[in-house]
Design a protein around this ligand. Structure first.
Ligand code: H79
Length: 446
């Protein structure tokens, strides 16, 4: 039956193409592809490479010219930086262990740097000598991680930077050669590593040259080689990604180092560093506390987004024990309260300093982070609250009237990180925000 539906759909789509209507590469297709991603909520970002040997920022610490890009940091001389790979030998790297760490944290996907702006390939490539194959380590890190993810059922994503400060032809002279190199590398990544769930681009240095990069061909190639793969919004444009042509916006937005604002229509994912506001390994850098990290996750989920939490492994190939511990703490929290995060959507209330809400079916989960003086006032719902309970314990009173919902929770009952109240309704929560615009929360709250 399923097969029959597929055939009929194929015939219909074929007819639409013949009739000149075009492929249904619509928002609907994107929404279907996004289903797992929206449910997943939480992923692991890994910034790693020879630069990890210095403890300074990946790519940005490299001195020298950065055609078309901002100049910042500039700490390690080019000759030093570009030779670090000769000492890169992360003998303690164990892909299965990293995957286990991610899963213990409650993460459902992983995105690994395959090539950052510094141009170093973390995978076996026929198109560059400057890569992991020519380190003392020699092993294909991307392959080992891909295999480990596939084995363990963790979704697998590749980060690939189109900027390349090592390649002699990037933004110099005719860019056709660089474009060819880039297409070749992306083809390798999408052909040699099994299923790829996400292609995480990171923008070109100059958006006026987008046509030189043949981005439409690149996108076609991705759709052909990995039809189910999601593509983020950084395929083409640097800076304000969404100002480019709509068909290059990709499947989701990517606020960086900040929690995105509530956005229900288009999917989004905040990427945030766990340590030191640095992407790659930073020994001794300040790490977010348990409370902060959990709240980052809660604040993204209540805004209807995902959190891609970044870790910078050590040059020896380990994830620092203190970071593993922090991730485990989030995982333990999710084991208890995951029902209020996974497979939910953000809303119907607009999130803010007070906290926010998630929903699934006829249930709303209130995540209250700041109670202010004493109580929480929420706007009216169309549905009736038939039952409610605190998942985090404590006694509260809840009164629903035509003018709103008032919840009073004495200080002793509040959870120091996030008080979670489950409200069961007599109708679908989705109907409260048919247009995706969240319900405004009164200013009397914090
Ligand atoms: O890979 C990470 C960043 O290196 C990359 N995107 C994320 C996922 C990125 N490319 N460009 N930018 C970020 C914008 C530039 C940010 C910077 Fe900085 C601010 C460069 C120098 C100061 C971030 C913070 C990088 C170094 C310090």
């Amino acid at each position: 039956m399923k097969r029959l539906v597929q055939i009929l759909y194929g015939l219909l789509a074929g007819w639409l193409v013949l009739a000149g209507v075009g492929w249904p590469v619509s928002a609907d297709t994107s929404e279907q592809k996004l289903a797992w991603f929206r449910d997943a909520k939480f992923g692991l970002f890994l910034h790693w490479g020879p630069a990890s040997l210095t403890g300074k920022e990946l790519s940005w610490s490299r001195m020298g010219a950065r055609p078309g890009d901002i100049v910042a940091l500039q700490e390690v001389p080019v000759e030093v930086y570009d030779n670090l790979y000769k000492d890169f030998n992360p003998v303690k790297f164990n892909a299965a262990e990293w995957v286990r760490i991610a899963q213990d944290a409650g993460m459902k996907y992983l995105v690994i740097i395959t090539k950052h702006h510094d141009g170093f390939s973390m995978f076996h490539t026929k198109h560059s000598e400057y890569g992991i194959a020519n380190t003392p380590f020699g092993r294909d890190i991307v392959k080992e991680l891909a295999d480990a993810c596939h084995r363990a059922g963790l979704r697998f994503g590749v980060y690939y930077s189109q900027r390349d400060w090592y390649h002699p032809e990037y933004l110099k002279g005719n860019n056709a050669n660089y474009a060819e190199f880039l297409h070749n590398q992306v083809r390798e990544l999408l052909s040699n590593y099994g299923k790829v769930d996400i292609v995480w681009f990171d923008s070109f240095g100059r958006s006026d040259l987008v046509k030189d990069w043949k981005v439409y061909e690149l996108l076609d190639m991705i759709h052909k080689l990995q039809p189910a793969a999601l593509v983020n919004n950084r395929l083409a444009i640097l800076g304000d990604y969404n100002k480019g042509p709509r068909d290059l916006w990709g499947d989701y937005d990517t606020p960086e180092e900040r929690i995105g604002s509530f956005q229900h229509g288009r999917a989004w994912e905040s990427c945030m560093t766990l340590v030191g506001r640095q992407w790659s390994y930073r020994p001794g850098g300040r790490m977010y506390t348990r409370e902060e990290t959990i709240r980052h996750l809660v604040n993204t989920a209540t805004g209807d987004g995902n959190l891609l939490l970044n870790v910078g492994p050590t040059p020896a190939g380990e994830i620092e024990p203190r970071q593993v511990e922090r991730l485990r703490e989030v995982g333990q929290w999710l084991t208890r309260y995951g029902e209020s995060i996974y497979s939910t959507r953000g809303g119907p209330f607009r999130n803010g300093k007070w906290g926010g809400s998630t929903y699934r079916g006829k249930t709303i989960y209130l995540h209250v982070i700041d109670w202010g003086a004493s109580r929480l006032d929420l706007p009216p719902l169309k549905a009736k609250i038939t039952k409610w309970a605190s998942l985090t314990g404590g006694k509260a009173t809840l009164v629903q009237t035509a003018s709103g919902i008032r919840i009073i929770m004495p200080v002793e009952g509040r959870d120091p990180v996030d008080t979670i109240l489950r409200l069961d309704l007599d109708g679908p929560a989705m109907s409260e925000i048919p247009a995706g615009v969240p319900l405004a929360v009164p200013a009397s709250n914090p």
